[in-house]
Write a protein that binds this ligand. Structure first.
Ligand code: AMP
Ligand code: ZN
Length: 114
């Protein structure tokens, strides 16, 4: 828990109605500034801030990938595909320095990303 971190704060709000998924290790919310018709954030409850990642966090990262893939199946908008993005550090475009992944779908994405 980092008291200045918005994702740590949301993680401990048990009754937050905007959580679309929650388990012991991870929660998921809609992005406040969506970049696609569906834009979901998948966030570990633990404050992990790259580059301070430890081997004991391996389970959480694998778990997030599975949650993202399962969640994508639930959205009609993602029937033709989707994108999972993890912005890391300033050059990666990260703005909230508590590791998280974006699940985006419902439109065509280009490559390479901007
Ligand atoms: P990143 O730039 O990869 O660190 O992603 C942070 C994301 O969190 C951005 O897409 C923001 O729009 C989103 N965001 C910031 N505050 C909130 C919030 N209170 N609820 C939901 N999404 C948020
Ligand atoms: Zn945090």
């Amino acid at each position: 828990m980092n008291k200045n971190c918005i994702f740590c704060k949301i993680a401990i709000i048990k009754a937050a109605s905007n959580k679309i998924y929650e388990d012991e290790n991870v929660f998921s919310i809609r992005d406040i500034n969506p970049q696609a018709p569906v834009h979901i954030l998948i966030i570990p409850k633990k404050h992990i801030s790259w580059p301070n990642v430890n081997p004991e966090d391996e389970y959480i990262f694998g778990h997030i990938q599975i949650i993202a893939l399962k969640m994508a199946k639930q959205f009609y908008e993602m029937k033709n595909g989707f994108r999972i993005i993890g912005n890391c550090g300033v050059d990666g475009g990260q703005t909230i320095f508590h590791i998280h992944y974006h699940l985006l779908g419902g439109r065509l994405f280009t490559w390479p990303p901007g």
